[in-house]
Design a binder for this molecule. Structure first.
Ligand SMILES: C[S@@+](CC[C@H](N)C(=O)[O-])C[C@H]1O[C@@H](n2cnc3c(N)ncnc32)[C@H](O)[C@@H]1O
Length: 332
């Protein structure tokens, strides 16, 4: 499987020309940030001499219209139920959010991607994160592969659920360190792209990147046996990207991805111990006190204790009954 349709064109006119309505399963994209090249290097602490030139930036005064145009194309090409991840700095994030609010796309998560090599500053806090907006298009089945990386029963040494941790909305993923190698400005790390693609697509799905830059999305898509389409407006950057693709073998990342343990639900159907019930009650109170609603709290407990949703609901009900009657689980 090696299906690539990558264009050296403006993504707005290019998408209109080449991509049919509702044909893309997943969009992962990282638009220009609307800040000039010199201040970008300063802002994001980069050594400009190692950065490929040819990068096309969007003037600040055009950013609003530009965001609206590419986002409405993204909405058109995405299939109902399809997902989109947009990486953004904070300078123009509000324009991106404002353009999104004028579409049918539904904001599911606002992910914070924390990276290493933050911007060194002395008179303010160090900037070391990007925003990733994760949205879906209503009207179809959403692909979200909950157990693609960690099974429901996998825990760390302290008993914490690995699956739960992997699905938290703060991601700590380092940028790739490539000393003395030329790379694109803001090249996204493979690990970050793999994570988004594993959760939100399957082999054979069509992935699109409207702003390819160093072709990192294309390389990971091919590496995970997804089809890829996308655009890069700069001739120079496009040619370098095409060159990089020459050495890429379809599926080359599949052997490197972690295989999750199957969900055995070992505890399902097993009797509850008093101690386990007590710990569940404590955890439930904690989660509610943190502001989570009943459903979210039970979902979390289900992951952490490897117990079914309804089993936990029943335990909560019988606890409340016992408590009302002053039974063995009452707090007094
Ligand atoms: C932030 S970079 C993308 C970096 C990429 N995610 C990577 O990992 O290398 C944005 C890219 O969009 C390109 N670009 C700017 N305007 C564009 C447009 N209208 N259509 C397509 N590409 C555009 C820029 O030249 C730049 O390479």
């Amino acid at each position: 499987m090696f299906d690539i349709s990558i264009y050296n064109e403006n993504c707005i006119s290019g998408a209109r020309k080449h991509i049919k309505n509702s044909s893309v399963d997943l969009i992962i994209t990282d638009p220009p940030y609307g800040i000039d090249a010199n201040s970008f290097e300063k802002h994001y602490n980069r050594n400009g001499s190692n950065v490929n030139d040819g990068y096309v930036e969007i003037p600040a005064e055009e950013y609003v219209d530009f965001s609206q145009s590419w986002i409405s194309e993204a909405e058109r090409i995405l299939r109902p139920g399809g997902s989109i991840y947009i990486v953004s700095g904070y300078t123009n994030l509000f324009h991106v959010l404002s353009a999104l609010s004028r579409t049918s796309l539904r904001l599911v998560n606002h992910i914070v991607w924390k990276y290493n090599f933050g911007v060194y500053t002395t008179r303010k806090y160090v900037s070391s994160h990007y925003h990733i907006l994760y949205l879906t298009k209503p009207g179809g089945k959403v692909t979200f592969n909950t157990y693609c990386r960690y099974g429901a029963d996998e825990h760390d040494a302290q008993g914490g659920s690995l699956n739960y941790r992997d699905r938290e909305d703060v991601w700590i993923i380092n940028k790739e360190y490539k000393p003395n190698q030329k790379k694109n400005r803001n090249e996204l790390p493979t690990e970050l792209l793999v994570k988004m693609m594993q959760y939100s697509s399957n082999e054979g799905d069509l992935v699109c990147d409207m702003f390819l830059g160093g072709f990192s999305t294309a390389i990971v898509a091919i590496g995970l046996n997804r089809r890829i389409t996308g655009f890069e407006i700069s001739q120079k950057i496009y040619s370098m990207g095409i060159e990089r693709l020459k050495d890429i073998k379809p599926g080359f990342l599949l052997d490197e991805t972690r295989v999750p343990q199957p969900n055995t639900h070992i505890k399902r159907g097993k009797p509850w111990t008093e101690d386990e019930i007590r710990r569940v009650m404590e955890r439930y109170s904690e989660l509610r006190a943190e502001g989570r609603n009943k459903r979210q709290s039970i979902d979390t407990i289900s992951m952490e204790f490897s117990r079914g949703y309804f089993s936990i609901t029943n335990i909560l009900k019988s606890y409340q009954k016992e408590k009302a009657q002053g039974g063995f689980l009452s707090e007094n």
